[in-house]
Design a protein around this ligand. Structure first.
Ligand SMILES: Cc1cc2nc3c(=O)[nH]c(=O)nc-3n(C[C@H](O)[C@H](O)[C@H](O)COP(=O)(O)O)c2cc1C
Length: 362
């Protein structure tokens, strides 16, 4: 049996194998933000397919500024939590583990806030986005409280961990970028100042949940409106960030890249960004990007047809110590039984991904 299909534990988080379902927004809730029975079944199918850890789609932490569409499920009121509890129970009944991804869309929200005021580009459908409001003291307190409540609620309804969405240009990530964060106060300027608010969020959650309740933090170099952005120019800058996350109490880092096997700092060597993160932080790490597909995520919506590819290069990252867990995104949308198919050596039987598969929850 390949190591990737063997169990692993991180404190109280016990996984049947090292395959993770990457968080993927589907916008299939009703406007009340409650996960529907179809959403419960969608996640249950991936648990029946033997995924080790299922990370939910990004779920809005509040109804003020966190969501970008009302059909994104939220993680705030009792009815929404009761819906998520059904997801948790269905996944547990099949032997898999579950972590909700706690999401604040920040500048991309319907009612956007960010570190600095700015204008946003039009939406894909040509409609204008509202201007982003600079966060005031009131906003900082409100966002912090929403994160704390969401994390405590996740623990209360039996989730196995939480993931903080700190990637892709959304609220927490937008603090890290000197392009979107032009504040003059203690939250802007130097890297140490720019990472202050994300770290305050982690620390606040850490002291609100049990010591052994795992916190996963997802971060990226890139962001949605700047696919080439490099937040960390070199390993030294990355280390400042990973040290801060580690000291704040993060347990697992989820390194969001287009291609899990690509070099993190190509001018230095071939080590992946996940490999660097793991080495510099000493923490357990999840690698993600382009597993079992041929196109990178940012090119997946054009005319070019995706083809299946071998997941082995990603599995080798676990074998050679660059990653502990491997997350699969689009290929798990196309194949709820992904783990079973690949475990029996039949990856060539996987169904290829295309954007039409996003229309329904299969
Ligand atoms: C339809 C879709 C929705 C996504 N939504 C989210 C999200 O809510 N949160 C997040 O962190 N990443 C999101 N992503 C990024 C994925 O988690 C993953 O990092 C990316 O698809 C690369 O993995 P892949 O190459 O295996 O698809 C989304 C990706 C897709 C395809």
């Amino acid at each position: 049996m390949q190591q990737i299909f063997t169990p692993i534990s991180f404190g109280r988080l016990q996984l049947r194998n090292r395959i993770v379902m990457a968080p993927m927004t589907r916008r299939k809730a009703k406007k009340d933000g409650i996960p529907t029975p179809e959403i419960v079944e969608y996640y249950k199918r991936r648990a029946q397919g033997e995924v080790g850890l299922i990370i939910s789609e990004g779920t809005g932490i509040d109804s003020f500024h966190a969501y970008d569409t009302l059909t994104v499920p939220r993680f705030e009121n009792d009815d929404q939590l009761a819906g998520w509890e059904q997801v948790v129970n269905a996944i547990h009944a099949e032997g898999s583990a579950f972590a909700p991804q706690l999401w604040h869309t920040g500048r991309f929200a319907d009612n956007p806030i960010g570190p600095s005021a700015c204008k946003m580009p039009e939406r894909g459908d040509g409609t204008l986005r509202p201007e982003v409001q600079e966060m005031s003291e009131h906003h900082f307190a409100q966002v912090l409280e929403a994160y704390i409540n969401a994390a405590k609620n996740a623990e209360d309804i039996g989730c196995d961990a939480i993931e903080i969405h700190g990637a892709h240009g959304y609220l927490l990530d937008s603090f890290l970028s000197p392009v979107t964060n032009q504040r003059q106060d203690q939250y802007g300027g130097s890297l140490e100042n720019r990472l202050r608010f994300p770290i305050e969020v982690v620390k606040a959650i850490r002291s609100a949940v049990a010591k052994d309740f795992p916190i996963i933090y997802r971060f990226s170099q890139w962001q949605l409106d700047d696919y080439n952005q490099l937040k960390f120019q070199n390993p030294q800058e990355l280390q400042v960030w990973t040290d801060a996350l580690k000291n704040a109490g993060v347990d697992i880092l989820h390194v969001s890249t287009y291609d899990a096997t690509a070099p993190g700092f190509p001018s230095v060597n071939d080590k992946t960004l996940c490999g660097w993160t793991k080495e510099l932080s000493g923490l357990s790490c999840i690698a993600v990007g382009k597993v079992a597909v041929s196109l990178t995520f940012n090119n997946a919506y054009g005319e070019e047809q995706d083809e299946i590819s071998s997941p082995q290069p990603a599995f080798d990252l676990v074998k050679n110590g660059e990653a502990d867990l491997i997350a699969v995104g689009r290929s798990l949308i196309a194949n709820p039984d992904w783990v079973k198919i690949v475990k029996r050596g039949d990856w060539k039987q996987l169904r290829s991904f295309n954007k039409d598969l996003l229309k329904d929850l299969i």
